[in-house]
Design a protein around this ligand. Structure first.
Ligand SMILES: Cc1cc2nc3c(=O)[nH]c(=O)nc-3n(C[C@H](O)[C@H](O)[C@H](O)COP(=O)(O)OP(=O)(O)OC[C@H]3O[C@@H](n4cnc5c(N)ncnc54)[C@H](O)[C@@H]3O)c2cc1C
Length: 214
């Protein structure tokens, strides 16, 4: 799996940081002036629940090598924009698979897996050779098929998604995606994501192991 931060809001004033823009939006509410450090102001607003101000900045991620199972969980989040590789138009006769660690760890399960994915590839190729269009041949592809997706979310929605998906209740793969997204966006907006990140790292340190700590 690869997760890359490919864009983030650029404020056209000051130093151009997204946090300056968010502070400005918040200051408009109170007709108050910035004191040069948006951090204290932003943290206070988020802690009191005045989260609409953080909707003014957004981030775009490119995620590749995740399963269709995980991408389906991701796209359930509605306050976002998505562009996903199309199985209608892309030839899938040589697909990549996302193999759950539970399968990799069990030699018998790994044999079942290999046999099944072999059948899938044979069936897809046979259908294509019979003239079945890609959009119909794809019906044999399972949740394990790897995909690629570009996602844009504003910071408020990102906080919401991180709260839901970096939790033991979420599945390992989307959790891994979200931990990576958080670790990428946090250094660029530490006052928006800092409290949440601190809490999650404290509660679930294992989820962050192996991730790039900022
Ligand atoms: C652990 C876990 C298990 C899950 N299991 C299942 C499952 O078995 N089956 C299943 O179908 N889904 C399941 N889901 C998906 C879940 O129900 C949500 O669809 C998904 O997490 C998207 O989150 P969301 O609805 O909070 O918000 P988003 O779409 O991210 O929206 C953000 C927020 O905006 C508000 N909002 C958005 N749209 C509306 C609306 N139409 N009306 C009112 N408020 C709105 C809500 O406050 C919402 O929290 C699961 C999710 C998790 C985290």
């Amino acid at each position: 799996m690869n997760v890359e931060l490919i864009a983030i809001t650029h404020y056209l004033r000051g130093n151009g940081t997204p946090e300056e823009l968010l502070e400005h939006a918040g200051r408009v509410c109170y007709r108050s002036e910035s004191r040069g450090d948006p951090g204290k102001f932003l943290r206070a607003r988020i802690r009191e629940g005045h989260e609409s101000i953080i909707e003014h900045a957004s981030a775009t991620f490119e995620i590749s090598g995740i399963s269709r199972a995980a991408s389906h969980q991701l796209v359930r989040h509605r306050l976002a924009s998505y562009s996903q590789e199309s199985q209608r138009f892309v030839e899938m006769s040589d697909p990549e698979w996302v193999v759950p660690p539970a399968v990799t760890a069990d030699p018998e399960a790994a044999v079942v897996w290999k046999e099944f994915t072999g059948h899938v590839v044979s069936a897809y190729r046979a259908l294509r050779e019979l003239g079945v269009r890609k959009e119909d041949a794809r019906f044999v592809l399972p949740n394990a098929t790897a995909t690629r997706i570009v996602v844009t979310m504003n910071f408020r929605e990102l906080l919401h998604v991180f709260r839901l998906r970096i939790s033991p209740a979420a599945q390992w793969e989307i959790r891994d995606v979200c931990v990576r997204m958080l670790e990428l966006v946090y250094p660029l907006a530490p006052n928006v994501f800092g409290d949440l990140r601190e809490g999650l790292r404290e509660q679930y340190p294992a989820f962050f192991e192996g991730q790039s700590a900022a």
